[in-house]
Design a protein around this ligand. Structure first.
Ligand code: THU
Length: 148
């Protein structure tokens, strides 16, 4: 599980892990006590963070991955569409945390199929997938191309 092969430059990798860990410590998860922190890199090399935010009305909880993407959207000013190259999902669980189904769909909106999804924990155990692996045959914006 350790020493996975990713093509992220070492200083970017360290920065992504640090940002995901810092976000983890800000998670608002009083109901599940299951904190998640994420950090993603945009293709123009911005790092954005997310954490899960729970709610007393449990179903309104938003996962760390989707909050991370929302931060990317807010900070995006370029003319080109927003794209991400990698998302790191940090937990302090022995069992690594892959993105939930809803997050896989939202990831597919903004990440190319070859982008990396990397789960990591406090023991530095890691697991990696491509976006295509976590949601094959995703429903993406190009499916709507003839709708208007
Ligand atoms: N959660 C995430 O933030 N990301 C995931 O990939 C899995 C689940 C959150 C939602 C909820 O606050 C808690 O973890 C337990 O499901």
């Amino acid at each position: 599980m350790n020493d996975i092969k990713h093509n992220i430059d070492e200083s970017n990798w360290q920065e992504l892990v640090k940002n995901a860990r810092d976000a983890y410590h800000k998670a608002y998860a009083p109901y599940s006590n299951f904190k998640v922190g994420t950090a993603a890199m945009t293709t123009d090399n911005r790092i954005v963070q997310g954490c899960n935010v729970e709610n007393a009305s449990y179903g309104l909880t938003v996962c760390a991955e989707r909050n991370c993407i929302a931060q990317g959207v807010i900070g995006h000013e370029a003319d080109e569409p927003l794209r991400f190259s990698v998302i790191v999902i940090y937990t302090e669980q022995v069992k690594l945390t892959p993105p939930c189904g809803a997050c896989r769909q939202v990831i597919s909106e903004f990440f190319p199929k070859s982008a990396q999804v990397i789960a990591i924990n406090h023991l530095n155990q890691q697991q990696q997938w491509t976006v295509e692996q976590i949601l094959p045959s995703a429903f993406t914006p190009d499916a709507l191309i003839n709708a208007n």
